[in-house]
Write a protein that binds this ligand. Structure first.
Ligand SMILES: *[C@@H]1O[C@H](CO)[C@@H](O)[C@H](O)[C@H]1NC(C)=O
Ligand SMILES: *[C@@H]1O[C@H](CO)[C@@H](O)[C@H](O)[C@H]1NC(C)=O
Ligand SMILES: *[C@@H]1O[C@H](CO)[C@@H](O)[C@H](O)[C@H]1NC(C)=O
Ligand SMILES: *[C@@H]1O[C@H](CO)[C@@H](O)[C@H](O)[C@H]1NC(C)=O
Ligand SMILES: *[C@@H]1O[C@H](CO)[C@@H](O)[C@H](O)[C@H]1NC(C)=O
Ligand SMILES: *[C@@H]1O[C@H](CO)[C@@H](O)[C@H](O)[C@H]1NC(C)=O
Length: 388
């Protein structure tokens, strides 16, 4: 109740302010503080949210819902919510369910809208991937919706691994991320199947969304116990390059006080991250983000635009206005609470606006609801807390 009232107030103020400045065309995207959009029933936690902004400006959000037996719940599914007003109001529109395995749609969603026809699907088709798992295996599956996320159809199994088990030596797969590139769909994921690596990051590509090319490594370290995980990729348009962020635990080792430091690679081709050097994000020579990173790029903020990164441990976000120069990371305070695998979004219609989308923390005891805020990136860049 309180949140809604303060949201209403901030809108009333924004509306008033825009009436006082008639010569500045109003942005279609408003800014607002953290706002709960879905509070799951007791005993359930909304975790690892993902989103897509459709060409018409509609926003869709989904997340995994954790409750009961996380690794063996054939009833698990992903609720999908829709907003037509830049993230202010939301309504539930569908559940994405496992239609083929009998395992449930367990965790780790990814969404994408096709910008061009692909695999017999028209532009505007929404693609979804997630990890369907049970005690019998992990499957990264692809689904499509041709009616704006009202209904979903199974398209193909992208990859399959052993049962969910994060111990090195087990063979599951995790955490898909979707990218359309050069008339192909790329599905990035974390892969424990290669006996040379506790875990590595890899991708597979498809031109028809049904048959998948070979497993290509993106990040694989010689040290067996290294477990690079949780790929997210964004394009840095000004330098025509791609950035991949990932977490990088190596046994129990710690750097700058964290065990899951966030690393990135920059490559000219998003299928060739393997040969790019891995760089840790370190702010001011002393602070490091930790775990489940997300990355987006905005053309706003300077000649190279702004790379924005989020992690699991801090509410704050990290920016780089110098094309990923390792010495140029900054940290900025925002109101959105820390959460496991938050998502970031730069609005197509207004790339100065940054959405931060959060759910539950990794461990129980933190928030368990889906919430989001929208910030003005230019205002945010004026205030930083590191470097001081
Ligand atoms: C799945 O749903 C069915 C039908 O509602 C219910 O009987 C069963 O207990 C549920 N199973 C789990 C693991 O939640
Ligand atoms: C969607 O999923 C929720 C949570 O599992 C469930 O309560 C609801 O009945 C589902 N709705 C439909 C239409 O399947
Ligand atoms: C796992 O596989 C076994 C053996 O084929 C089968 O009996 C069982 O029903 C399967 N369980 C699930 C959840 O798929
Ligand atoms: C997890 O994988 C490890 C390594 O293969 C294995 O020793 C352990 O038994 C597995 N645990 C389960 C619950 O399958
Ligand atoms: C990390 O530390 C724990 C507790 O000391 C130990 O059981 C585990 O084997 C260590 N893991 C690795 C990969 O070194
Ligand atoms: C933009 O980024 C590129 C690549 O890091 C760098 O060479 C160039 O100096 C940057 N320009 C500015 C103005 O930051």
């Amino acid at each position: 109740m309180k949140l809604e009232a303060s949201l209403f107030l901030s809108y009333a103020v924004a509306a008033l302010a825009s009436r006082c400045k008639p010569h500045i065309p109003p942005s279609p995207i408003g800014t607002f503080p953290p706002h709960v959009i879905y509070d799951p029933p007791a005993g359930q936690r909304a975790s690892y949210p993902r989103h897509v902004e459709l060409k018409d400006g509609t926003l869709l959000i989904t997340s995994s819902i954790i409750g009961g037996d996380f690794f063996n719940n054939k009833n698990s599914s992903f609720p999908v919510f829709e907003s037509k007003d830049g993230g202010v109001h939301w309504k539930w529109i569908s559940n994405i369910t496992d239609q083929v395995n009998g395992w449930g749609m367990s965790a780790q969603p990814a969404l994408l809208e096709l910008q061009k026809p692909l695999g017999g699907f028209k532009a505007g088709t929404i693609l979804f991937s997630g990890n369907s798992w049970s005690n019998n295996g992990t499957r990264i599956d692809l689904y499509a919706s041709t009616d704006k996320a009202r209904t979903w159809q199974f398209v193909s199994h992208v990859a399959e691994g052993g049962r969910p088990n994060t111990t090195n030596g087990a063979t599951p797969i995790w955490e898909p991320f979707l990218l359309d590139y050069n008339d192909e769909l790329i599905v990035y994921y974390s892969d424990q199947r290669d006996p040379k690596h506790g875990q590595k990051l890899a991708h597979q590509r498809s031109k028809d969304l049904r048959t998948w090319g070979p497993v290509v490594s993106d990040v694989a370290y010689d040290e067996y116990i290294a477990r690079p995980g949780m790929t997210v990729v964004a394009k840095i348009e000004t330098i025509n390059k791609w950035i991949l962020v990932h977490e990088f635990p190596v046994g129990n080792s710690s750097s700058y006080g964290v065990n899951y430091p966030v690393y990135y690679r920059i490559a000219e081709d998003p299928t060739k991250f393997d040969s790019a050097p891995g760089i840790p994000i370190v702010i001011d020579g002393k602070l490091a983000p930790n775990a489940s990173p997300y990355v987006v790029w905005s053309p706003a903020g300077g000649p190279n635009g702004t790379i924005v990164v989020s992690d699991a441990d801090r509410s704050e976000i990290y920016t780089n206005r110098f094309g990923g120069d390792p010495k140029k990371w900054e940290m900025h305070a925002i109101e959105q609470p820390a959460a496991y695998s938050r998502a970031l979004h730069i609005f197509r219609r207004d790339p100065k606006k940054l959405m931060v989308l959060g759910g539950a923390t990794f461990d129980e005891g933190g928030p368990d609801e889906l919430s989001l805020s929208v910030l003005d990136l230019i205002e945010l860049l004026k205030t930083r807390i590191y470097p001081a």
